[in-house]
Design a protein around this ligand. Structure first.
Ligand SMILES: [Zn+2]
Length: 324
């Protein structure tokens, strides 16, 4: 008999992990099927030739197709978590996200021409030029092809208790990685569906984009404290493995950002530099264009944090430069 690959694993009662392959360095996005009274999918990968069949095969193990889901609930609007939601919605399930994420994240996909223009203007304002700028535009257009925006997203709010497949989950707003990033806490047993708020092996990208809050790093550091205080027993995250010591991981991530801020200040002693130039120093090495984009946005977020706390200056101009 052929050996069947199992596409999903029950990681907690009625919570099934589905690891969907994605074309990013972390290789998989973790989606979660909640299966109790009904079926709800938390996060849904993006539309690649591997991801969609992978997700469908996992659902089929449970005798489900997209049409059988009650709803898809999203932690945030990034393509690896959101991309297939409009396609699944077309089969009938509702798509739910935090009210703030609909206003501030979902629009990245529905107002994509404006977002592209503003995004390119921000890259240019912060020192990206020529071929790199053109490459970033092509890369963003390619990603857009893999995303199907929800047509009629439903919203929930911070602190609301949702009934998902017959289970109660409290919504916890944790801005930083995305303005409207949400986690879902099953209070009955302390299981936290944490999205990309905390990750096991890497620090989630905290970046500034044309459409994001002006100081996402300050918000993220607050969100880490909020996450640490929840008393959750285990976090099932958007990438990599589960996290048992949630307060410990929150402390490590906060510490990591303090070290990065100190490192960045160390690079800023001499003449004023652009965020792009500083990102090449802060993240040296051979990064592809997508990774360079993240490195730039992460650097910019750290620079704006320093400016907001008064320990660095932003020199307006085209391009904008930063100095101590
Ligand atoms: Zn992610």
């Amino acid at each position: 008999m052929a050996h069947a690959v199992k596409h999903s694993t029950e990681v907690a009662p009625q919570i099934h992990l589905i690891q969907v392959p994605i074309p990013y360095p972390f290789k998989y996005v973790n989606c979660y099927l909640l299966k109790g009274e009904g079926a709800v999918l938390v996060d849904c990968a993006l539309d690649t030739p591997e991801a969609r069949p992978g997700l469908e095969a996992a659902l089929a193990e449970h005798g489900l197709s997209f049409a059988d889901l009650d709803q898809v609930v999203l932690t945030h609007h990034h393509p690896d978590h959101y991309g297939l939601c409009g396609l699944i919605e077309a089969y009938g399930p509702k798509v739910g996200m935090l009210d703030l994420e609909k206003e501030r994240g979902h629009i990245f996909w529905t107002q994509d021409q404006r977002m592209m223009r503003e995004g390119m203007a921000l890259f240019a304002r912060h020192g990206v030029t020529g071929e790199v700028l053109q490459g970033l535009e092509e890369e963003m257009r390619a990603t857009r092809q893999r995303v199907h925006p929800a047509q009629n997203p439903q919203t929930f709010h911070d602190g609301e208790t949702l009934q998902l497949a017959g289970m109660s989950f409290r919504v916890i707003w944790t801005p930083g990685h995305a303005d409207g990033h949400a986690m879902f806490l099953r209070e009955s047993d302390g299981v936290l569906l944490a999205g990309d708020q905390i990750l096991e092996r890497i620090s989630p990208n905290i970046g500034i984009w044309a459409y994001s809050f002006p100081n996402p790093l300050a918000l993220y550091l607050e969100s880490l404290e909020k996450t640490a205080r929840l008393g959750a027993k285990v976090a099932f995250t958007g990438h990599y493995g589960p996290i048992q010591d949630i307060p410990g991981r929150c402390r490590e991530l906060a510490q990591h950002h303090q070290e990065r801020l100190a490192h960045l200040r160390g690079l800023m002693g001499g003449e004023a530099k652009t965020a792009w130039a500083l990102s090449l120093e802060l993240f040296p090495g051979n990064l592809n264009l997508a990774q360079r984009r993240f490195a730039w946005s992460e650097t910019l977020a750290h620079l704006e944090y320093l400016v907001a706390e008064g320990s660095a200056q932003r020199l307006e101009g085209q391009p904008v430069r930063y100095t101590l």
